[in-house]
Design a protein around this ligand. Sequence first.
Ligand code: SF4
Length: 493
Amino acid sequence: MKVKTHSQAIEDQKQKILRYINAHHPPECLDCPKTGNCHLQTATFVHGGPADAVGIVGATFRKKALNPWIDFYPDRCIQCGLCTAFMDQVAGSSQLQLMRDQDGFVIDMAYGDQLEAGVSGNLVDLCPSGAIVKAGEDAHFYPNDIKKSMSIDVMDGCGAKTLVTAHKDKVVEISAPNDVSKNHFWISVIARFSVDGLIHNRALSPMMKKEGKLEPVSWIDAFKAVVRKVADLKPEQMAFLAGDGVDVETLYLLRELLDDMGVSHRDMLSRPSGLPFRERGDYLFNTSFEKLREADACLIVGHAPNRDSPLLKAYLHPYFRNNEAQIATVGVEDERYASLGPFSTLEALAQKKHPFFEVLCAAKNPAIIVGDQCLNGEDGKFIYEWSRLIAKASGCIREDWNGFNIMHSSITTVGGLDVGFYPSKGGWDTESIKRMVRGRQIKLLYLMHAEDLPFGSLEDTFIIYQGHHMDRVRSMQILYCQAVFIPKKMGFM
Ligand code: SF4
């Protein structure tokens, strides 16, 4: 017997089946924003299912904006309940509910007019019917034209894995990979929709300020301008600052170059000045998100997971929800957890005079999470030392368990500390560099992705900014060079 897997009869049969399925499906299948994430659409695209739908104008579907990033089409909803379950069990919000209206049941927001941000962007991946989609989705990419690659979220300090989708040479989507080991399929809204920053408003060639106006120049001219400037200056007249989202490889190479040049004034904007870095364990999230689920008591210092790290909140939420762990905060208010008061409470905890110290001691695996935002300046040093004392006294740091964690807000900080991107002997830190720039003592300031510096016009300082967007540094006397972004290093753009 001869078995044929490709023949006109089989093709016709496949088309008939697809037409049948599509007859019960909105007719704009090939235009649906689920592009690349829908088996039905892929099959329809390959086998040409709704050919007789050509000429049919897509039905007018009702649309509702859930928040600035996500739209909801109630007519496409099959009421599977995945979105409400996700919001309740992972995102920790009861905002999205299955409710009754005059036509039956409908998914809607039970309160508020905007769906909480946090990790709600994952609904776009979860919703199987295309009812919840990215807002303003107007470009459509067919499965044959796209390429997917793994990357890392650079928008916060969680280091979530991401899946980057490129259409031809452009990144068009950032989503969560199908990998439970790192971030449980979830990424934050900011990570998911940061793709807009990759597409819009980017300067793509070196630019130099001439007579007060930024003008494009060639790379050769840009390098010549830098070489001329550096040749005239002593190392102590130069300073280098790294902002958020710089990869470790770049920081390592820059640090090597600065060592060769003898430049000691260098720092990362995200490095908290009160954070010691004697040992790696001083500044790491030692427990790891995965093992944090083994903690049965947790003290969170100066960090609001709901606001600062939605992914961490998604990890903590099931334990909080099931009352499996006692979680309390110090220095911030987070409605989901008990608040122990201001940072001064840490002193009472360190002196074993606060009842929550007993809770930590009684726990099998106690954990402390300290947000890096509160570790700046003199207060930051005290907050760190008190937290460390509490961790040691309560059994957070043992041979078989390390529950002492620093939650960084920038992906750059840990890698930068690992490769030594901080002031070398006699060098200035970020605050001192800022003072010296204002005092006209720095003649060349190099900013690697460092935008948040309200210097205004600095006529005596030659500024080299290497990054993606220059909106915030436009007013400075400047040479702009396009930086290599992490997805770009992977060959997308
Ligand atoms: S996940 Fe999509 S299809 Fe399922 S209930 Fe929610 S909106 Fe409807």
